[in-house]
Every structure is written in structure tokens, then in C-alpha cells.
Ligand binder design. Structure first.
Ligand code: SF4
Length: 336
């Protein structure tokens, strides 16, 4: 008998194109899970969640929905295996969020470490007081997961408190209204956050330190040429420290084991020039991105395919969401 596939739910806020940090941070895990055949993957384009901290910039969110989908498709997310859908097109999620909002206290949300960190990072937007929508996004995220009957959620360590919050809401719902919903499990992604080309722990557009999946060869080369290297190395024969160099760091992601060994040995011995080292890295990154760019170009030239994928994924998700809401409303005695 065929083993039942576990439904995996994950997503991204469409606030910009995806970069290689996203690739190593979450896309690679999703691809592996998709291709393992053990999961039934659902990926949501979290446009409503993106508005929680971009409510004053709806164009930014709207313009990035298809960009993110094209990034997914270009790296190998396969719509035959993975359901891709738009969050705002599933109104059942908003309805479920309202029901869940009675099951969680404001104090509990304020204590959520992920929310606390994000609020601190968004001081510029919120000032001293955060919006109700942003504070409550873990509640809508719980609805995102459970409305499609999600069983597993791949996350980085910093996202674990969000899944714990979701599990608490499910337990509370089931204890009050009867066993109705499934408690999702978090699967810890083994890939770490990738540093920016400038050595910053975070990679992003505002920091100007990211290589995007859709970058051209020229853009990639230009960015790598300005990457931060060992500051103590002035001349080629100065003995280098590859452990403090971002070029060496990126070689470890994109070059072969032999190449990395050679980079480190030659750098330490003062036998390698930084320009040649960067050129070699740019070549390897471009080789990696080349098939991704090609696939992306195909979808850019066929926008109707992207629309069809989103339409079909959204319709399929809606059916699942409707079934969940029937169960939820029955349990809550709202089945008029
Ligand atoms: Fe970095 Fe390469 Fe220069 Fe060494 S030779 S400092 S690894 S760029």
C-alpha cells in the first residue's frame, strides 16, 4: 500500500525577488522535500502577511507575487508536485484567523520571540506602537497552516516559536470544540542563513549585498568584484586569511571541494590574487545560475503559464480550505 504523503506547508512574503540566501535557506529544503516523494507540498505566496509591514506600499507586494513564483519555478519547484497559491485568494484563512483570535492572548503574542525580534527590527515603520495586524500575524500563520490541514512545516530555528504558537492554538481549539484540527510539526531546516557579500549576517535588497536568482552574469560579476576580502591583504604575496574573506566563504557554497582547498592554500601562502579568485567565483556562481536563468526566461516569455499555475494551485487549495472550514464551523456550532 502506498504510504500517505504528509502535507507540507511553507511560503514567502512577496516583497522582493528571491536571492541565493533564500535558495540555501529554504528553497533547497523545499526542493528536496518535493523530490523525495514523501510530502504533498503547498507553498503560499503570503501577500496578506506581506501587507502587515507593507500596508503603505501595496504595489511592492503586488509586483512581486509573480516574480517570486517565477523564482520558484526557475529553481525546480514543480507545479505537478507542489501546489502554489496566493494567500489572499483563500478567504477561509481570514475567517479562521478571526476564530483563532479568541484563543490567543495579546500577552502571549507579545512574548513570542520571533515577533519580538521582528518588531524591534521594524521600529522605523511602527515607531513605539505596533499594529494589531502585525502583532497578530502568528495567528494568521496558524490559520494558513491548518486551513490546508498542514502536517509539517520546514523552518529555520528562528521560526520555531511561530510553529509552537500554532500548535498551542490547535490544542486550545481542540480542547474547547472537540478534536478537529491537526497539530503541525516543525521540520528544522539544516541550512544556515547565508551572509551577505559584505559580511553582514543578513542578506537583502536594502543592504545591497545579495545575489539574486534572476541577476544577469554581469550583475553577478560586478557584485562579486566588490565583495569584502581579507582587509590585511594588500599585495598578492601577502599571506591571506580566507576565514575572514567573503569570497572564500562563497567559494564554499559554489565551488568544488578541490577548488576550495586550492583557494585556501594559495591564499594563505600568498600565491593567489584576489581578482583572479573573485573571477573564478563569479564563473562558478554564473554556472550555477545559468540553468535557473534559462528556466526563468521561459516563464517570463510565457506569463500565461505562471497565471495558470497560480490559478490551478489556488483553486485546489480553496477546495481543501472549504473542507477544513466545514469541520471547524461544525465544531464551533456555526454550521447554519
Ligand atoms: Fe579572499 Fe581569495 Fe583574496 Fe584570499 S585570495 S583574500 S580567499 S579573495
Amino acid at each position: 500500500m502506498e504510504e500517505q504523503k504528509k502535507r507540507m506547508v511553507t511560503g514567502d512574503r512577496p516583497t522582493g525577488r528571491l536571492h541565493i540566501g533564500h535558495y540555501f535557506g529554504s528553497l533547497k529544503t523545499r526542493l528536496e522535500m518535493q523530490n523525495s516523494g514523501k510530502y504533498d507540498p503547498y507553498i503560499l505566496i503570503a501577500d496578506v502577511q506581506a501587507l502587515t509591514d507593507n500596508f503603505n506600499n501595496p504595489e511592492k507586494v503586488r509586483n512581486n507575487v509573480k516574480e517570486v513564483v517565477m523564482d520558484y519555478l526557475s529553481v525546480g519547484i514543480d507545479p505537478e508536485k507542489t501546489t502554489i497559491y496566493i494567500q489572499s485568494m483563500i478567504p477561509e484563512t481570514a475567517e479562521l484567523t478571526v476564530f483563532y483570535s479568541n484563543l490567543v492572548t495579546i500577552a502571549r503574542l507579545e512574548r513570542n520571540p520571533t515577533v519580538k525580534t521582528e518588531i524591534a527590527q521594524k521600529k522605523e515603520l511602527f515607531g513605539e506602537s505596533v499594529t494589531y495586524g502585525f502583532l497578530g500575524y502568528p495567528v494568521s500563520q496558524a490559520a494558513d497552516i491548518t486551513v490546508v490541514d498542514g502536517a509539517v512545516v520546514p523552518v529555520g530555528e528562528d521560526q520555531l516559536p511561530l510553529i509552537e504558537q500554532c500548535r498551542e492554538i490547535v490544542r486550545k481549539f481542540n480542547s474547547i470544540y472537540g478534536e478537529t484540527l491537526k497539530e503541525p510539526e516543525a521540520i528544522l531546516s539544516e541550512y544556515k542563513r547565508i551572509k551577505g557579500l559584505d559580511g553582514n549576517e543578513k542578506m537583502g535588497k536594502s543592504l545591497g549585498n545579495a545575489i539574486y536568482l534572476a541577476d544577469t552574469e554581469e550583475e553577478v560579476s560586478k557584485k562579486i568584484m566588490s565583495a569584502v576580502t581579507d582587509p590585511q591583504r594588500i599585495k598578492k604575496d601577502d599571506l591571506g586569511h580566507p576565514d575572514v574573506c567573503m569570497v572564500a566563504y562563497y567559494h564554499k557554497l559554489f565551488s568544488t571541494k578541490e577548488e576550495v582547498e586550492c583557494v585556501c592554500e594559495e591564499c594563505k601562502a600568498g600565491k593567489r590574487g584576489c581578482v583572479a579568485c573573485k573571477k573564478q567565483l563569479a564563473q562558478n556562481v554564473n554556472n550555477f545560475l545559468s540553468p535557473i536563468r534559462e528556466k526563468r526566461k521561459y516563464y517570463e516569455e510565457h506569463p500565461e503559464l505562471v497565471e495558470k499555475i497560480l490559478k490551478e494551485g489556488t483553486e485546489k487549495t480553496r477546495q481543501t480550505a472549504k473542507q477544513t472550514m466545514e469541520k471547524v464551523k461544525k465544531a464551533m456550532k456555526l454550521d447554519y
